[in-house]
Design a protein around this ligand. Structure first.
Ligand SMILES: [Zn+2]
Length: 149
């Protein structure tokens, strides 16, 4: 196969050795020459940049490529790694924020539970006071009616 065509997409003929994957942006099924592994290509459907996955067990060194291709690969990989590192940092930040959110939510639930306990014991206390008051009133009423007899 001509090396200059190694990254071209060929939809008429899909050899079994080609890398098959779906575009992460538009889900278009893509088939790439194995030498395209690790490269960033432009999706023919949505025209967004897509990284071609490197098949399991396949090393970049195994791919037959000219020094120019390897140099391009290296630069592309470095850019991809930098982008991924940024994404990892952003994800780590999100995880930290979620952790903080979770901690706050737990603290709030604990505070509400403590308040409920206080309210419950207050209610028990008030109910007791109410009974005592009722008894006192009954006693006063009966004494009052005795005096009037
Ligand atoms: Zn696409």
């Amino acid at each position: 196969m001509d090396k200059t065509n190694s990254v071209e997409l060929d939809f008429d003929q899909i050899p079994e050795s080609d890398i098959q994957f779906d575009c992460p942006h538009c889900n278009k099924h893509l088939s790439i020459d194995p030498r395209g592994a690790g490269l960033v290509i432009v999706c023919p459907d949505c025209e967004k940049h897509v990284s071609v996955p490197i098949p399991e067990g396949l090393e970049i060194e195994d791919i037959d490529a000219t020094p120019e291709e390897l140099s391009f690969r290296l630069r592309t990989s470095k850019a991809t790694i930098a982008k991924l590192q940024q994404q990892i940092l952003s994800l780590q930040q999100q995880v930290e924020e979620l952790q903080q959110f979770k901690d706050e939510a737990i603290a709030q639930v604990e505070a509400v539970t403590a308040q409920q306990k206080t309210l419950k014991s207050n209610l028990v206390h008030i109910t007791k006071l109410g009974k005592q008051l009722e008894e006192a009133i009954t006693e006063i009423n009966s004494k009052f009616s005795e005096q009037n007899d």
